[in-house]
Ligand binder design. Sequence first.
Ligand code: SF4
Length: 529
Amino acid sequence: MRAEGIETVRHILCVFPRYTSSFGTFEYAYPLTDGVQAFMPPQGLLLIAAYLPANWPVRFIDENIRAASAEDFRWAEAVFVSGMHIQRQQMNDICRRAHAFDLPVAIGGPSVSACPDYYPSFDYLHVGELGDATDDLIARLARDPSRPAQQAVLRTADRVDMSDFPIPAYELAETRKYLLASIQYSSGCPYQCEFCDIPGLYGRNPRLKTPQQIIAELDKLRECGMTDTVYFVDDNFIGNRKAALDLLPHLVEWQKRTGYVTRLACEATLNIAKRPEILEKMREAYFVTVFCGIETPDPEALKAMQKDHNMMVPILEGIHTINGYGLEVVSGIIMGLDTDKPETGNALLAFVDESKIPLLTINLLQALPKTPLWDRLEREGRLIHDDDSRDSNVDFRLPYEQVVRSWRKCMEVAYEPEKLFARYQYQCDYTYANRLKVPVSPEMKSWANIRRGLVMMRNIFWKVGVLGDYKKAFWKFALGRLRRGDFEGLLGSAMIAHHLIMFARAASGGQQNASNYSIRLREASVPAE
Ligand code: SF4
């Protein structure tokens, strides 16, 4: 479905802002690849691009790849921007540059939907999801493309049903320059973890696309050249278990049809470990990674944040079960919780060792608007506003410096090269060994694919194995994999490990934010070079 009945033609420039460097965007890994420059294509902007009237020319620029140029702005009649809180400064910078060309600028997406007042200089605020606000915005621009005299706030009251969503305009993105492809099946989550803004923004009753839409999207991603890994960005893939079970057989069939060249990944609650029927189907559909918000191994803390569902099975047992289906667990961890004690850091490091999870995003607690945590801290007078010197807006129970020191220590120790490669070794030997044995398709044997593998191998061997300063740990791991002929395990693990090691060093040296959600923006607003 797309907007209809609009005769006037407008040129729309969609600009996605640059990310502030963060743990979860893997930029240290890019130089080891064959040309990756950005993390994932943004679903929201590409969805809006696909929804615009069919006769409206659209340009999409991801400033993580290249900055919007003067020629782009001269071409455009209006500019659309979208992003998360962490991109706030960059979004305001795009607005400033567009205004220099006297263009109207509209902003949509999660940040403005939660905090419209962060964006006073934009001409149009699109608050909420695709819906009547989107139609209103299109109609206003069709009528008059000049900047309105004052800001217009357009709020979606009537959302477009997800089953009517068009396929995002992936064809506009430079797909080969992304680390991962993204896709969305559902929106919303039935739980209410205290710190999370998903239920407040997108609801507790997950809304869904149809399996047929997902298959059509996957086919389009393939047509656009994105075949390696497709990440389901759903807030919780099993938020509606029946829907997940409905979709999985379609994914299995799609993999059989296309030759299993695509690996799948998703985010889901840890209680997925209690659902062998889902895990088995995920294995058959060639899911290889699941991100679980474990947050903390401390049961008291999980209870306090209303994340009791993480305790439906003992955490380590749950991880082991998930690994048994060939799924590597990636974990979110939060430090600075009210329940944290001076020994929390050491307990966390023990958990990292025991869980054998290689990749944990360890963040300091950050209170996001529209969350129960925000409301509680506001009541308690523990929200800190406008203090650029801090990595969190929460007044912790423990002294701030102690919490940050503990976070830095955890990053430093968890990502010591020897420890990290030992965890990857376990994943190769246990988790990856449990994966579906997929046939070698002609696509995998193609020269283009072999060439990519060779480029990555050259980069990794040269930049890490020869020039790197953790050569010993790398070669111990690499030689073990080479002896087993496991090139795939070697390349994938070494590439991500490099990012983790380098980022953790910067973090423990105080050069990176302690929170992926931090409103402390270290970089000035830098358009891409
Ligand atoms: S389970 Fe995940 S998505 Fe759902 S409310 Fe909790 S943190 Fe948010």
